[in-house]
Design a protein around this ligand. Structure first.
Ligand code: AMP
Ligand code: MG
Length: 405
């Protein structure tokens, strides 16, 4: 039996991700809510944001200076016929004059250029002489330069960060329709676990995954439901799972290493569906995917660095896709390795590393139980399976802020 279990082939990360995304596509979160911009940060847009106006709504000055009709400048100094500040509605420009104008102020009808004040000389009689050649449209921000009315500015499925919210505000939107938060139950399994703040008994460790997952899920726009610590006991596992029927996902950690204490797996097999994957990644080999009485369940491995990697590379894209986000591949880039990797492995490594002088260096202790490696790190450094590396050769770097922020 042991040999049979060991012989189960490793599943490439791409295959696991594709299966999870297909499951997510089949169970999208379809309820929406309307939120003020102040409450929409991190949420997913449920409507296409269409521009309701031109941006800018009228041509305006990009400079502090003078607005005029280019053709009026023949070398003879021009009188100043009006002063236009931002927020004012100017009168049409009197022919043969210029207007004092400030950045963001509307261009008066009849003007077609702005000269910056540094290139203008105010004479004793208050007329203005221009010292550089002028060109039509110079220093003018034309109407609709950023956006035309009716244009699609942000598509449904966009994650709203400060920039998207600022853009919506610039178009006059005070509220946006967003996808409701998925409710995700965070379940920590293991007899050895105890919550921080309590005295540590023999054989016990503090539960760190609960805090990790609640923080990441909240940042991701989910409502994290703390389902507590689950002891390694089949009846208690069944009972706890059946209490969680209202959630969109049960995200558990631990108990997936095909050990004798895999009660989560037994419960899923009995009253739902269970797939136990052995992923070709390190850390984070064992992953459970299934459902309990129809509630989707993803079981992440219990070692904190494994929890991090599998949450970042699998659970997070799955949840984003359920929210309707199409592009779930994190930003990643190639950098020269700042380390040697002399022994090829059969699993793809996601080393906790950081950039030093443009090279990826890795934390000395890459054990999956060591969370300090990730506190030190800025990103995951990907070393492909079956390959060795010499310093200077390229590796992929995935910033942690991309996958956990
Ligand atoms: P398991 O998959 O249950 O065998 O757990 C693998 C390793 O991760 C064991 O060393 C566990 O003690 C540890 N572990 C499991 N859950 C947690 C947790 N919530 N916080 C910290 N360590 C954990
Ligand atoms: Mg356990």
């Amino acid at each position: 039996m042991a040999e049979l279990a060991a012989a189960k082939p490793l599943m490439p990360l791409e295959q696991a991700l594709a299966q999870l995304l297909a499951l997510a596509d089949g169970t999208p979160i379809t309820e929406h809510e309307t939120l003020s911009l102040a409450h929409a940060h991190g949420r997913v847009l449920a409507e296409d944001l269409i521009a309701g106006l031109d941006l800018p709504p009228w041509p305006n000055s990009a400079m502090d200076g003078y607005a005029l009709r280019c053709a009026d400048w023949t070398g003879t100094p021009l009188p100043v016929s009006q002063r236009i500040f931002a927020g004012q509605a100017p009168a049409p420009l009197q022919p043969g004059t210029c207007a004092r104008i400030f950045t963001g102020a509307p261009l008066p009808a009849g003007a077609d250029c702005v000269e910056m004040q540094e290139n203008a000389e105010v004479l004793d009689d208050q007329r203005v002489r221009f010292v550089e050649p002028l060109a039509v449209d110079q220093n003018v921000r034309p109407q609709g330069q950023e956006t035309r009315v009716g244009e699609l500015v942000l598509a449904a499925g966009t994650v709203l960060s400060a920039i998207e919210l600022g853009l919506a505000a610039s178009l006059g939107r005070a509220q946006l329709r967003v996808v409701r938060r998925p409710r995700v139950a965070v379940l920590s399994t293991g007899d050895e676990l105890i919550e921080p703040g309590l005295p540590l008994g023999p054989g016990q460790i503090y539960n760190s995954n609960r805090q990790l997952l609640i923080s990441w899920l909240t940042r991701l726009g989910c409502e994290a439901v703390d389902a507590g610590i689950l002891p390694d006991d089949l009846d208690r596992t069944r009972a706890r799972l059946s209490e969680l029927h209202g959630v969109d996902l049960i995200l558990s950690t631990g108990g997936v290493s095909v050990g004798e204490a895999d009660f989560l797996g037994i419960a899923l097999r009995e009253e739902g569906e269970l797939a136990l994957w052995k992923l070709a990644i390190k850390p984070g080999k064992p992953l459970t995917c299934g459902h309990f009485r129809g509630v989707p369940v993803i079981g992440l491995p219990g070692n904190p660095a494994s929890t991090l990697v599998t949450f970042a590379l699998l659970a997070r894209p799955y949840l984003l896709r359920r929210l309707g986000v199409q592009e779930v591949t994190p930003l990643q880039f190639s950098v020269p390795a700042g380390f040697d990797w002399p022994r090829a492995g059969n699993r793809r490594e996601y080393l906790r590393g950081r950039l030093e002088n443009g090279r990826a260096v890795i934390y000395a202790n890459q054990s999956s139980g060591v969370l300090r490696s990730a506190a030190w790190a800025q990103g995951l450094v990907e070393v492909r399976e079956e390959r060795t590396l010499q310093a200077g050769e390229p590796v992929l770097f995935i910033p942690l802020s991309e996958v956990l922020g």
